[in-house]
Design a protein around this ligand. Structure first.
Ligand SMILES: Nc1ncnc2c1ncn2[C@@H]1O[C@H](COP(=O)(O)OP(=O)(O)OP(=O)(O)O)[C@@H](O)[C@H]1O
Ligand SMILES: [Mg+2]
Length: 378
């Protein structure tokens, strides 16, 4: 049994999530949920000043290099605090952890230009924790012509694929991504892609109009009316019509996108109706991906799984396939993405591929990630 830690801070820029995962030895590794156990989960909010700076760094600005380095240091310190929380909660010593898989904070994602940037200072994290850090997990896939994203489908396929059922796994983070898992018995490849915005636009709009960081349980949106013309205008965004492989982020779906599309929309849609329409946009785009695949069951993870109204609208768009959180499959929906990065760290340490070329469009399977070691090996 080996232990790995996965650390994730996604496009919502809300928190650093961490999972401590125990894996069976490689030869015993089975799919369908067996072979790994999430022993501890921890989460620390990203402080407002750091969140503002990380969000500012998503667009061009002055003195970016130095500001990015300082933000990476500050974020790495929060990552180290989450590691300390996981070790305290589990009672495991740092020496028992084989490696940390650390995502970092995406501030630019332009695979078509050959780069994707996740801010992190891996040497600082390795120094603070005394644990080997695997970072820069997207770069090798991009170098091989892939999107570098989403990476979670390979993990979802490993733990959630079922022999007799077409399953879709949906991660409702800042951006929503789907993993479409044909029955394990079929040779069909796994497909996965970012469907478009989820919490990133909901959070931005909610913050602007209510002052709250997010719309708890979707209660604010629930009281709004969907503006059908606005929804249709949003659905005309070319990204939604692209065939996979495809990935996106705040480079496209940001407050500017919202303001631009609203400015072009005739009439003034009340803010609460805009929020309801944003929920509908996410539910419709995710639902379309699941239906097109013929999903028999849909499992949801990420912060959006806690949004009761989003889950209802998603169920309406995925019908007749039942929609439930990944809890029923044995993994806390909040921990799935962090656990995926623990799994990716294990793949790197074992010299195994971390990507699925059928998902990212890379030229082939690649070992993902660069290492930062805290000290020389004995
Ligand atoms: N109770 C809740 N009700 C509604 N929304 C919630 C609730 N709890 C969390 N959320 C939403 O979930 C978001 C965080 O989700 P999550 O951490 O999965 O996204 P992320 O950091 O973008 O991750 P990733 O990009 O890796 O998927 C919050 O910003 C918020 O919008
Ligand atoms: Mg998050």
């Amino acid at each position: 049994m080996r232990r790995f830690i996965g650390l994730m801070s996604g496009t919502s820029v809300d928190a650093v999530d961490g999972a401590l995962v125990e894996f069976e030895p490689r030869s015993d590794f089975h799919s369908h949920g067996a072979g790994l156990r999430t022993t501890a989960f921890a989460s620390r909010p990203i402080r407002p000043a750091l969140r503002d700076e990380l969000e500012a760094l998503q667009s061009p600005g002055a003195d970016e290099l130095a500001r990015a380095a300082l933000a990476a240091n500050a974020l790495s310190d929060t990552y180290a605090e989450v590691v300390a929380d996981l070790l305290a909660a589990s009672g495991c010593p740092a020496t028992s952890i084989a490696a940390i898989g650390a995502h970092g904070q995406t501030v630019r994602h332009r695979p078509e230009l050959g780069y994707t940037i996740q801010l992190l200072n891996p040497a600082r994290l390795a120094e603070a924790t005394g644990i080997t850090v695997v970072c820069d997990l997207r770069a090798a896939d991009v170098a091989a012509g892939g999107q570098g994203a989403p990476l979670a489908p390979a993990f979802h396929a490993q733990v959630f694929r079922h022999d007799g059922e077409r399953r879709a796994v949906v991660n409702l983070g800042g951006i929503a991504n789907v993993s479409l898992l044909p029955p394990g018995a079929l040779a069909d490849p796994v497909i996965g892609f970012d469907t478009g915005p989820a919490n990133t636009l909901l959070d931005a709009w909610c913050r602007r109009h209510t002052g709250a960081d997010f719309d708890r349980d979707g209660d604010w949106a629930r009281g709004g009316q969907v503006d059908a013309a606005l929804l249709a205008a949003w659905l005309a965004e070319p990204y939604f019509g692209l065939a996979p492989p495809k990935s996106t982020g705040r480079d496209l779906f940001n407050a500017d996108w919202l303001d631009r599309t609203l400015a072009r929309h005739p009439g003034a849609t009340p803010p609460r109706d805009v929020q309801a329409t944003l929920i509908e946009l996410s539910a419709a785009t995710v639902g379309r991906a699941c239906r097109d695949f013929g999903a028999e069951r849909v499992f949801v993870c990420g912060g959006g799984a806690r949004n009761a109204f989003m889950m209802e609208r998603l169920a309406a768009h995925c019908a007749p396939a039942p929609v439930a959180s990944t809890q029923g499959l044995g993994i806390d929906p909040q921990a799935v993405e962090a656990a995926a990065f623990a799994w990716l760290a294990a793949r790197r340490i074992d010299g195994l591929a971390g990507n699925l070329a059928s998902v990212t469009g890379a030229r082939g399977a690649r070992v993902l990630g660069l290492l930062a070691e805290p000290r020389p090996r004995d």
